[in-house]
Design a protein around this ligand. Structure first.
Ligand SMILES: Nc1ncnc2c1ncn2[C@@H]1O[C@H](COP(=O)(O)OP(=O)(O)O)[C@@H](O)[C@H]1O
Ligand SMILES: [Mg+2]
Length: 250
């Protein structure tokens, strides 16, 4: 395992025309820990992850990921820091975003070869080990359309792992999956967590968050309205809004 990176966000503000979507968000994830970001739809969770990955510029505050810092209005096209974060802090999406015309194997080796300059034979042998790790050693030559949602998501995780990440950002990665397929994906996340990877997970799987996260953050209307251990947040929520949200989703 490569050493994990910490994440520190200070005073993050993100505005879209006419509205403030992140209104001074600060949070810290020590290297190797798992933070679960929960909260009502539209609260800004996806936007926060996109800022951390440099997919969207922001208006104020700073984001520090390992040794790399992103500042307000930084332009992804010219930022070494954003490139470095993207390379080593992968993001995984609800809808997988696999290349449809590439096999599972080809999806996984593409970035290591193109971005990291890994030799193809080496990339393929690492990819096989990763496919084995996510329980898909027999599906290396399958195309995304030949895989179930849960299998596609595990290929997406293997693809992220092929970059030897220092951490992962996961945006509701089990939300599109049938209940019986979620567990395989959550088990893979648990495996990575135990291995010491830093994880920032947006999730509606509150049982999983309670069991596996070190910290829970509740994001509502662009603000962190509650933060603590799973026990603190789930058993003794301090704000009425958190209580309301939890009573709706539990
Ligand atoms: N590109 C955009 N332009 C304008 N508004 C946006 C854009 N992306 C997100 N928003 C708005 O920002 C708010 C937060 O969205 P989002 O981060 O997707 O929330 P969540 O992931 O918590 O559901 C929503 O009100 C959404 O409509
Ligand atoms: Mg979202």
């Amino acid at each position: 395992m490569t050493p994990a990176w910490s994440v520190q966000i200070d005073g993050l503000v993100k505005r879209f025309p006419g509205r403030t979507v992140l209104d001074g968000v600060s949070l810290q994830i020590p290297a190797g820990q798992t933070a679960a970001l929960i909260g009502p739809s539209g609260g800004g969770k996806s936007t926060l992850l996109r800022c951390v990955n440099g997919l969207t510029p922001f208006d104020a505050g700073t984001i520090q990921v390992g040794p790399h810092r992103i500042v307000a209005r930084e332009d992804a096209r010219h930022s070494e820091n954003i490139s470095a974060i993207r390379r080593r802090f992968g993001m995984i999406f609800q809808d997988f975003q696999l290349f449809p015309h590439l096999t599972a194997m080809e999806n996984i080796v593409e970035s290591p070869i193109r971005v990291l300059g890994v030799r193809p034979a080496e990339a393929r042998s690492r990819a096989m080990a990763l496919l084995d790790r996510v329980g898909l050693a027999d599906r290396a030559n399958s195309y995304p359309r030949e895989l179930s949602g849960g299998q596609k998501q595990r290929v997406a995780i293997a693809r992220a792992m092929a970059m030897e990440p220092r951490g992962l950002l996961c945006d509701e990665i089990t939300s599109a999956l049938d209940p019986e397929l979620k567990h395989d994906v959550l088990d893979v996340l648990d495996d990575l967590r135990r291995d010491g990877l830093t994880l920032l997970l947006v999730t509606h799987e509150l049982q999983f968050a309670r069991r596996s996260a070190d910290r829970i953050l509740v994001l509502d209307d662009g603000k962190v309205i509650e933060e603590g251990t799973p026990q603190e947040v789930f058993d003794h929520p301090r704000t009425e809004r958190t209580q309301k949200f939890l009573s709706k989703v539990m």
